[in-house]
Each structure stands twice: as C-alpha cells, then as structure tokens.
Design a protein around this ligand. Sequence first.
Ligand code: AMP
Length: 405
Amino acid sequence: MKVLVINSGSSSIKFQLLDMRGEQVLASGVVERIGEDLGKISCWMHPGSSAQSRVEKVEKIADHQSGMLKVGEVLCGGQDGVVRSSEEIGAVGHRVVHGGEAFHQPTVIDEEVVAAIQANIPLAPLHNPANLDGIRVARELFPSTPQVAVFDTAFHQTIPQRAHIYALPYELYERHRVRRYGFHGTSHKFVAGECARLMGRELSTTNLITIHLGNGCSMSAVEGGCSIDTSLGMTPLEGLVMGTRSGDVDPALHSFLERAAGMNLALIDGMLNNESGLKGICGFNDMRDIHEAAGKGDERARLALEVQTYRNKKYIGAYMAVLGRVDALVFTAGIGENDPIVRERSLAGLEHLGIELDVDKNNRRYKEPGALHSGSSRVQIWVIPTNEELAIARESMSVLEETNH
Ligand code: AMP
C-alpha cells in the first residue's frame, strides 16, 4: 500500500509518499509560502535512489486547496510522477498537533474527529487550524481514500495525573482542560520502539529517557513503552531550552514584565515563543551558528550552549529519579542526532548515575542508529534518527488494519 503523509502548517504543506512494502520513500517535498505573492513547491522523487529527480516550481499558491492540488499534480504528473493516479494512494496520514484528552491513538478521520480537532483549537491556536485545512482539502481531493489523524499528544496520554495536573485551582482543569499534554509524541514513540528493538529487548520491560533536541526540544520518561512524564506542557513552550522558545520560566514573569516593561500578554507570548531560547540568549537559534560564534570567542553563544545543556542534564536527573531503573537514553532530532558537543555536555558528570559516554563513538557522525556508551556504562546511550513521516505512515496502516478499512 502507498501512504501519503501530510504535515500541514499555517503557510506550508510538507508531504511524503511511502510505499509500505519495504517502507520506501517514493517522493518527499514541501509547498512553502502559501498565501504570499510567490510560493514554492519542491519535491524529490525517489530520494536516495539512483533514479532520483527534483521538481521545483515558483508560483503563487493562494491557499491550502491550491497547495494540495500542486502536491497531487507533482505526484501523479506525467512521466516524472511516482503514481499514475491518486487511486493508487491507499491512505493519507495527517500529523495533528493537539488531540487534547480525546485521542489516545491514531484515529480514522470522520466528521466527529474533525469536530474534536476543532474543539481543541483553543489549546493549539496556531497549529490545529492549519492541520484542519490540510485534512479538509485532502478529504476533498481523495474522497474515497481513508484518512488518519496521528496526534503529537496521543503518546503522552498515559502520563499519570500526578505528572500532568498543574498545581493550580482544579476548576481550571475541569473547565478549560488546563494540564500537561506533551508534544513530539510520534517521535518519542518511534525512537523508543527502535531503541528496544536495537537493544534486543521487549519494549514492555524497557525503561528509556528519550531526548528530542531539534528546533523544538523535549524529553520523555518512557516506562515499558508508555510515556509517564514529558517536558513540554499544555503548549509546546515548557521545559527544555529550544531554538526560539524559552522552556521553563518563573510564571510570575508575565506580571513582572507588565509592570516593569509595560509589555502586554500578546507581546510576552510572542517573545517567549519566538524571541527566546537559544536565540534570546545569543541571537542565533541554529546550533551550528552557535558553535561557530562560540569558537570565535562569542561569550553569549557559549552561555546559550551552557544554559541549554545544563537544562538537559537537570531533566535527565529528574527522569532518572522518576523511572528508578533506566536502561537507555536516546538522542534524536537535528541537534540530538548531529551534535556531539551538546550530547557530551548534557551528560557530563552523570557517571555516578551509571551514564558513561564513549568519547570516540560520540564524536562519530550518525546517519543510522548508533550506540555511544562505554563498555562499563550501566545505562546505554543511543543516537536514533527520528522519522516522523515513517511513524505516521506505519500508524496509519495499523489503525486501518485494526478497523478493517
Ligand atoms: P529539527 O527541528 O529536528 O529539524 O532540528 C533543527 C535544528 O538542528 C537546527 O536548528 C540546528 O540547531 C540543529 N542541527 C542540524 N544539523 C546540525 C549539526 N550538524 N550540528 C549541530 N546542530 C545541527
């Protein structure tokens, strides 16, 4: 079966078409700058194979409807297309950011599911409307193809109350569903499964700390395959230091800034999401720029690196305490997969907890999974490239099989 994976954002649609026999990527691309004067569609056909080709078009893309039409055209178009017609696509899997408390599993999309995703818009006002646009248009374009929603929050629905309830008036939870939800769930679940497989163990008896460090960052305590705590909260702002997001701050910050700097809530919200994190400290949000600047003696860049890796270490310690026995730590996403310095600093001084890096292994480059622990480390340490598209495609397939579609 061929599965089309859609990640629809406010001004972009990322897509990947996979042939699930052999889990091969047939095409992968992005429609960007939807709604602007000039948009762009880029698509790799058969990426990684000797027959790969690239399509790139620059033209106005008025809305998600025309964006999805372009996706259909490049995938099915002429000799370059990877399918003859959209009929060949057996399922469409959608990434949906916020499933609230309603969704614990990937779910076949119907009107009720659309309404439930809509009901969660207040919890993810930037993401869920864009995800819904993608769903609406894909359902119109592929009316007879089953569509599945795969939620970023679903994997974390196993987090017990003691870890997901904030110490606020309980009515806020009852009336407004204020609680920790967690995000990056598809990635945490994927690398946890892969890690157990690579360790030759049953996931159900393995305890892991999964560390997703990309532009967004989060960490999860995974007990026997179930998330029992995670660093992102009600929104994707809490926890670790991210590219432009602050992570943990004192909740009194808002009222202080209102009084001291005359800032209103919208300004503070924008600042915490877009102008903070690594960027806030040193001006750069890309870790490669930070290393370059730090290498040239930029003290703020060094500080940003120190603040981020210190926070990582603090959360690893917390999740060691939560899990009791930890079998492995797993690094993933842009920084986690590629940055030996961040990994080393995040784990420095944790030898007393049984965490020992092998420096040579840590310094190698990893396109495939690799083990980084020393021979005497009690806790294994892995790099496992995340693959959210493949995870969404697999989950879409399995929910369709379970529901006999
Ligand atoms: P992601 O959100 O997973 O795509 O990760 C994006 C981030 O990964 C970028 O903003 C960089 O900070 C980081 N990154 C990507 N490649 C490297 C690299 N080779 N070394 C260090 N950081 C990297």
